[in-house]
Ligand binder design. Structure first.
Ligand SMILES: NC(=O)c1ccc[n+]([C@@H]2O[C@H](COP(=O)([O-])OP(=O)(O)OC[C@H]3O[C@@H](n4cnc5c(N)ncnc54)[C@H](OP(=O)(O)O)[C@@H]3O)[C@@H](O)[C@H]2O)c1
Length: 229
């Protein structure tokens, strides 16, 4: 497969924040992938306790962008206050903010801020995988409203959730270890949810986050050395 047929996206971990460390993180990632250029690179988290390091890492992304080593830059798990500060103190508007986003956790205020600045929301756990790990009792896969919409279209609940994201203009990164499900998750372009169905899914937001509070991530509790290429 030709290089330009594959979109390569990766993230830099908090242990590689700071200007020089983030520049070196590019060498590690590109080296492991065996490429000279990456399509999209994100900062994995805001580091609230060391936002100075977060900003310096983002400035390194800006340099990588200027040098043509990455084609687009962005962030992940940034909440409104992190984005506002980043926008005020750096030059390039992030192309993407990759955040937890599925029918049960929708972060509407953050999505409005994205729209205001032209930042593409990229949904992690887009089909609510995080709601099902450890036998989650309130898994998106068992949601009666989603099951009903899926039945109406003869599609799976996962396909309905992915179609909902696509119709509302979000990027999605569903994960599966099974080839049949990977194919199923791509097969969402032959049906359309009605505006009532989109609104019904919008109404499923519980406001309950599945992942960690981004402000709880520190170098002490989540720092780890990222191996060299
Ligand atoms: N930025 C961040 O902080 C962050 C945090 C978490 C995750 N992520 C990224 O987000 C991506 C996806 O998130 P995720 O893995 O948490 O959740 P997800 O993609 O919403 O769900 C994955 C789960 O759903 C199952 N699944 C996949 N397709 C299915 C289908 N068609 N029908 C039924 N079950 C299906 C998978 O099991 P099987 O494998 O058995 O199919 C797995 O248990 C990951 O690749 C990860 O890199 C980012």
């Amino acid at each position: 497969m030709a290089r330009d047929e594959v979109f390569l996206e990766t993230k830099f971990w908090i242990s590689d924040y700071g200007y020089d460390a983030a520049l070196h993180a590019f060498d590690k990632s590109a080296g492991k992938l065996g490429v000279d250029q990456l399509d999209l690179v994100l900062l994995h988290q805001p580091l609230s306790s060391r936002f100075d390091l977060t900003l310096d890492a983002y400035r390194a992304l800006e340099k990588l962008l200027t040098d043509g080593k990455v084609r687009a830059i962005g962030v992940s798990n940034f909440m409104p206050e992190h984005l506002e500060r980043l926008l005020a103190e750096t030059s390039v508007v992030p192309a993407v903010n990759q955040i937890e986003l599925h029918p049960h956790f929708q972060q509407t205020a953050l999505q409005m801020l994205h729209a205001e600045h032209g930042i593409l929301p990229q949904a992690w756990s887009p089909i609510g995988g995080i709601t099902s790990y450890g036998g989650g009792e309130k898994s998106t896969f068992d949601d009666p409203a989603l099951l009903e919409i899926a039945r109406a279209h003869a599609k799976s609940v996962a396909q309905v959730m992915l179609r909902w994201h696509v119709q509302e203009g979000r990027s999605v990164i569903p994960k599966s270890t099974k080839a049949a499900r990977i194919a199923e998750n791509f097969d969402v372009f032959d049906f359309e949810l009605s505006s009532e169905q989109l609104a019904a899914i919008d109404a499923l937001d519980t406001g309950v986050r599945g992942g960690p509070d981004p402000d709880s991530i520190t170098l002490d509790n989540y720092g780890m050395a990222i191996p060299e290429a």
